[in-house]
Design a protein. Structure first.
Length: 173
């Protein structure tokens, strides 16, 4: 079900702060945006219920993990399908998102049908992933992998308009 949610500059500031550190206490959030703790809690709950806050996760340190279990292998993979009917696109997408090694799955146009961001332990793990995801499906026409040699930036933060523009109405599902 789709509904409209009106957000104002306080909501935008809360969303921005939560993107920086979702573990910030309600008391600290309230103080930073200038509202009471009860009002802050009510707003954050409304933002979660609306779907604007999808989930809270812990972002792991790539470098710290590398010291413990090795750097692993990261790749950006372009996938083109033979048949692009809705059912074929949906079937491949479902298989891709079910794979733990697939961190991101984007349906794109023009060019390949999908862009995947994958993270695996090593090349044998990548080979096993390709066999499961690409070679066992006769509908995959072409795969082009770009292996990461260095990560210059990684961010999950979405830039929000905090410049005092008029409140926005956002459609949420």
């Amino acid at each position: 079900m789709e509904s409209d949610i009106a957000i104002d500059p306080i909501d935008l500031r809360l969303l921005n702060l939560l993107q920086d550190d979702a573990s910030t206490s309600n008391q600290a959030l309230a103080a930073r945006v200038g509202v009471s703790p009860a009002t802050c809690l009510r707003r954050v709950r409304r933002l979660r219920a609306s779907g604007l806050i999808e989930r809270q996760v812990a972002l792991l340190s790539h470098d710290a993990l590398a010291a413990v279990q090795g750097h692993g292998l990261a790749a950006v993979v372009e996938v083109a399908l033979d048949r692009q009917g809705a059912e074929h696109l949906a079937a491949f997408e479902a298989r891709a998102v079910a794979e733990d090694a697939v961190q991101q799955c984007w349906r794109v146009a023009p060019g390949p049908d999908f862009i995947l961001v994958v993270q695996v332990r090593d090349m044998p793990a990548y080979l096993a992933l390709t066999e499961r995801l690409f070679t066992q499906d006769a509908n995959v026409r072409n795969v082009k992998a770009h292996f990461a040699t260095r990560r210059a930036k990684f961010a999950s933060k979405i830039a929000l308009a905090l410049d005092g523009r008029a409140p926005a109405a956002i459609k949420s599902a």
